[in-house]
Design a protein. Sequence first.
Length: 345
Amino acid sequence: MKKKLLAALMVMVMAFALTACGGNSGSTDSSSSSGSTDTSSSETTADDGGSSSGELIKVGIINNDPNESGYRTANDKDLQAKFTKENGYEASFAYSLKNDEQQASAKKFIEDGVDYLLLSAADTAGWDSVLKQAQDAGTKVILFDRTIDADPSLYEASIVSDMEKEGQTAVDWLAGQNLSEYNIIHIQGVMGSAAQKGRSGALDAKKAEGWNIVEQQTAEWNAEKAQQIVQSVIDAGTSFNVIYAENDDMAKGAVAALDKAYISHGVGKDVIVMGFDCNKWALEELLNKIWNYDGQCNPFQSSYIDDVIKKLEAGETIAEKTIIMDEKGFDAETITQEDVDTYGI
């Protein structure tokens, strides 16, 4: 009798154990590819989060070259940290500063069946057909960092800086310096990009008010090219008292040319130096009064994108398609160490 009772108990225990193990039957084993420009991908299991069905959310992320600037490095690092298997994503990344290469990567991601295409476009124009292809394939598009000239019905949301406001804030600050004359070296970013167009537009408008743009060239966000531009103006003997560089790296290159020519710059000096992006080292230049102004451009957009995706996965609609991040400008005469520590990237 005791043996029969013991046997019955053992059967019950085994049945319970088998039922418990069946609570999670299997895992997701998936990988992604994104063509020749794909540099990394993430794999995860259904237990790590993901869509409402428990599967991974596949995202293809197209960005500019992470080595373009300190801003872009921080932007890419932020995205890499968010879109991981631990957070429920299978992510592939592609990088280029050229629209045609970005578009080729986008088409490959769409063909691979990504759920979301995250895009920071090299150029604002020429994206309609690619976005229409994504829409037809059921791939949702989210813009980040930069706007594009496309029908808003072709994307779900746009998480961006207000580049025009960045430019206007900087130009308003410069106007407030009340210089007797404005002779400006204008160093532009990659032509056609949202950042270049926004930061250039406000300054170009000042030509009608007598501001003199003594030189206006693109250095394509590159410090060495910016140094060459400023050096050529110095060599030509052209007078100038402002350098308006559309990112910190180009401002740094411009200052290298000034230093080589023993031209003073910064607060109370011969040349006003202006940059954008708020790299920590650049804000320290303001703190030391070597530069005069730096405009903030917030690189930390992944949490905004993640929030949009979660809402879409839950069946919600995005009320405001354009999500503008709050940004400010910093003056060398008022910046503090706390500002550097808080806002420096």
